[in-house]
Design a protein around this ligand. Structure first.
Ligand code: C2G
Length: 433
């Protein structure tokens, strides 16, 4: 019996998928179809898959052509499958031409011509809402937003606004966006979602204007250093039935969600100490301290909670502002410290010490793709990892799309009250400088 194997995601099942499965079957007597698992797809940057794995498997099954269906869960599984199922022929579309030649030492490799003029991407674009993203900037930098949004179906950066002509020209020189505006009314006409990427002094004002014009908003935290203004912005969002989301990417990345789960499920016992440090040498950014502190406070509030008893700030200031800060939040059963370095440098890391284990994220912890767990029982250090490229913004956008599809306006990444707690802490620090 000649065995054939082929693989795919088979999202939004279409004629191209049917054709390749049918033609693959003709290469032997028994056809195995591998359907990609969600984790595997996320790991390889395929974030736009719409159908659940059950639906995708069912669609393959309904062709009546597959003798067996398996799930592809990890990179390299194809070799194990070929050996395990004693496969004679591996078939795949010619969009992969040459990519699987290394399998020729195990079985025949056949690349078949792709069916023209049909694809899952095209079907997703035709069937689901497309969101135009507009950027409000005061620097010619996009923080990878444009590249990150290209990783997902459904989002396109179409407009940019800046009050400054020089910034706008420099931005356009670099990114060449369809529309560039210095007039907000024109800018709003073209956008569904606005990324407010500007310095803190203007942030709340732009956020409010966008929300009031019925635009969903993503903005860097803190939105304001005044907790009342922050609350008010959420009210404006609610009144206008639009979403307001903190640009905190880490809370949408699987590795952080896993870490959150482990700490909340008591897997490192009671948390007695949380240390988190960050520094950045960029004198041009106004209120850099507040942006860094807000970022460092996110994991603290997510993991330790909002109910701290006291704040103990220790600040080193100069005429340029806060140069270094160590802020300790006292909790009933433990404490959390964040160290923020501006001119004064600190080593970036995040450490959560529990009675039964310690979790560590090294270096750029806010975009880390792995963490280590060292348990107190003396067993080996375990590493939890997930590969992803870029800064993780595509995960935030992916969560946002789910929110909007379900008419939900509040993020479950960083909840509004968690975001407000961060602003309250910063407000307290500034009042007690
Ligand atoms: N295909 C095709 N014609 C199309 C679209 C897709 O022949 N118009 C083929 C692809 O070449 C692939 C199969 O259908 O062989 C499944 O395509 P996808 O669902 O896009 O899956 P893909 O990402 O190509 O996964 O391990 C996964 C595999 O390596 C391929």
């Amino acid at each position: 019996m000649k065995k054939v194997i082929t693989y795919g995601t088979f999202d939004m099942f279409h004629q191209g998928h049917y054709n390749i499965i049918k033609r693959a079957k003709e290469y032997g007597d028994y056809l195995i179809v591998g359907v990609t698992g969600d984790s595997y797809d996320v790991g390889r940057g395929k974030l736009s898959v719409h159908d659940s794995i059950a639906t995708r498997i069912n669609n393959v099954k309904n062709t009546g052509l597959a003798d067996a269906i398996i799930v592809e869960e990890y990179l390299g599984q194809k070799i194990s499958d070929i050996i395990k199922y004693d496969v004679d022929v591996f078939v795949i579309g010619d969009d992969w031409k040459g990519k699987f030649d290394h399998l020729k030492q195990y079985c025949d490799v056949v690349y078949l011509e792709r069916t023209k003029n049909i694809s899952s991407t095209q079907l997703r674009e035709e069937n689901f809402k497309q969101y135009n993203i507009g950027l409000i900037v005061d620097e010619p930098k996009d923080n990878q937003l444009i590249v990150e949004s290209q990783k997902l179906s459904g989002f396109k950066v179409t407009s940019v606004f800046s009050e400054s002509r020089e910034v706008l020209d420099a931005f356009q020189e670099k990114y060449d966006i369809e529309n560039a505006y210095r007039n907000l009314d024109a800018f709003w006409r073209d956008t569904d979602i606005v990324f407010v990427k500007c310095h803190l002094d203007k942030r709340a004002d732009f956020i409010e204007q966008c929300l009031a014009h019925g635009k969903h908003v993503i903005a860097d935290p803190p939105f304001s250093l005044d907790a009342k203004i922050h609350k008010h912005l959420y009210k404006v969002a609610k009144d206008n039935q639009v979403a307001l989301i903190d640009n905190v990417k880490m809370v949408y990345v699987r590795i952080f969600i896993q870490l959150l789960w482990m700490t909340h499920a008591g897997m490192i016992g009671d948390i007695i100490r949380f240390n988190c440090s960050i520094s950045k040498r960029d004198r041009s950014i106004v209120n850099l301290f507040d942006d860094l502190a807000a970022l460092a406070l996110c994991p603290v509030i997510k993991i330790m909670g909002k109910e701290y008893d006291a704040i103990e700030p220790n600040l080193v200031t100069s005429e340029d502002g806060i140069e270094y800060a160590s802020i300790t939040l006292k909790y009933p059963t433990g404490e959390a410290s964040i160290n923020i370095g501006n001119k004064i440098r600190v080593k970036e890391q995040l450490e959560i010490i529990g009675t039964e284990g310690t979790i560590r994220l090294k270096d750029n912890w806010w975009k880390s793709n792995y963490f280590e767990l060292e348990t107190t029982d003396g067993s080996e250090v375990k590493t939890y990892s997930m590969n992803f490229e870029g800064n993780g913004f595509c995960f935030l956008l992916s969560a946002m799309r789910t929110m909007l599809e379900n008419n939900r306006t509040e993020s479950m990444g960083l909840f509004p009250d968690e975001s407000n707690t961060i602003v309250k802490i910063l407000e307290y620090i500034h009042h007690n400088k």
